[in-house]
Design a protein around this ligand. Structure first.
Ligand code: GLY
Length: 410
């Protein structure tokens, strides 16, 4: 419910808001923000040290991510509000892709094939049944399947698979193509790009409200700044500490391909639970499949480890034994940016003009369209949409995060 102390009143544009926007970070979140802001008539500069076609593969989660758009099969107890945001973003995806492909001339590999979630043993199946109950309660579609029905859909699954859940609305996209498309669409909409690293954002320089100091020494004047550099947003010097700790959560995964002439090993995204460990296969149109991923809390460590890859392959082989026949084409390590409550942080901070778009954790690709919508409105109109208020960047821990779904349940 709104109160008189509401930091995001529904109608006002901040009196000092201006047109010069600097977006810090050239991942999906930064680029969708820049594109949407430029479409709204703002003058946007995006600062990113890595060229879009040569990002550092050992860190940029937008480049490492498999590209699952799976709010139903990634739903978790206690994260109902986040699922609601994910479902909203998934619902935007088809139109978002059509608009982006048109604006950029780049096809983004959107595959509307649904997702099959399978269980390896009886305990894993019990978890799936609990998830199915949660899906029904929150109104997302999931159909419980027997082992035989799972194998009819995906014949390469091991006969020992216990059963599954089909989520017909959980799709996938190729994040590398999405990134390229957003860069092209942004450039066409007028986004300027600076290849450098941001060290500091400080209060006013000259006629601007803010100054963005780059590693190379230049200072970019800005009326509004969006910090969208993943975990690295917390390393940028600010007049006040307004960025919560964004812990890096390491993910290791493999990209693989069947031998020439062989069919893809799965035809849709297959997620699985193997003795409690999650594993996934995300196929691309050309037969490549992304198999992942570990989830490791080791700070900024980006070492590719035998143990990490072994864990992924061990569990992948239990579900799809044929995975061992595939050729490994690439191994990747990325750092997911996890906020303190694992939910994204969107919109204004306590520093006038400084915004945050971060903490997307495991859901950056899924949440790209909705993040663009939210940040476009924040930057152009000075308002945080009602549905995004639970994810306000300046939220207090334990504040009113009650979602409409929670209200319905009570
Ligand atoms: N969303 C998949 C992952 O973070 O591994």
């Amino acid at each position: 419910m709104r109160t008189s102390s509401d930091p995001h009143p529904a109608t006002s544009r901040p009196t000092n808001a201006g047109d010069r926007v600097v977006v810090v970070g050239g991942g999906l979140v930064g680029r969708v923000t820049a594109w949407r802001a430029a479409q709204r008539g703002l003058s946007v500069t995006l600062v990113e040290p890595d060229p879009v076609d040569e990002p550092r593969r050992a860190r940029a989660s937008s480049v490492v991510a498999a590209g699952m758009l799976t709010p139903a099969t990634e739903a978790a107890f206690g994260e109902e509000r986040l699922v609601e945001l994910g479902v909203r973003s998934a619902g935007l995806y088809a139109d978002f892709v059509a608009e982006l492909e048109e604006a950029s001339g780049v096809s983004v590999g959107h595959r509307a094939t649904g997702t099959l979630l399978v269980a390896f043993d009886r305990d894993d199946l019990a978890v799936l049944d609990d998830l199915h109950g949660l899906q029904r309660r929150i109104g997302v579609t999931g159909e419980r399947l027997t082992s035989r029905e799972c194998r009819r859909l995906e014949p390469m699954l091991a006969p020992s698979v216990r059963g599954g859940l089909l989520a017909p609305d959980d799709h996938s996209v190729d994040p590398r193509l999405l990134l390229r498309a957003l860069a092209a669409a942004g450039a066409r909409a007028g986004v300027a790009e600076v290849g450098d690293r941001v060290e500091e954002v400080d209060r006013s320089t000259g006629d601007a409200r803010l100054g963005v100091r780059l590693a190379g020494g230049d200072v970019l004047p800005a009326d509004q700044v969006v910090l969208a550099a993943g975990c690295w947003s917390e390393r940028i010097a600010l007049p006040e500490p307004v960025v919560p700790h964004l812990r890096p959560v390491k993910g290791q995964l493999l990209r693989m391909r069947p031998p020439a002439g062989e069919p893809p090993i799965v035809s849709r995204t297959v997620r699985g639970l193997v003795r409690g460990f999650p594993v996934y296969f995300v196929p691309r149109e050309d037969g490549e499949v992304i198999v992942g991923a570990t989830q490791e809390e080791l700070g900024y460590d980006t070492a590719l480890t035998a143990g990490g890859l072994w864990q992924v392959l061990r569990d992948a082989r239990e579900l799809v034994p044929g995975v061992t026949e595939l050729e490994i084409t690439e191994t990747c390590v990325g750092l997911r940016p996890g906020s303190p409550d694992n939910e994204p942080l969107l919109g204004p901070t306590r520093i006038p003009g400084v915004h945050l778009a971060g903490g997307h954790y495991r859901h950056g690709v899924l949440l790209t369209p909705v993040t663009g919508e939210v940040m476009g409105e924040v930057l152009a109109d000075g308002t945080l949409p009602e549905y995004a208020r639970p994810f306000a960047a300046d939220r207090e821990p334990g504040g009113d995060h009650t979602s409409t779904w929670e209200k319905q349940w009570n």
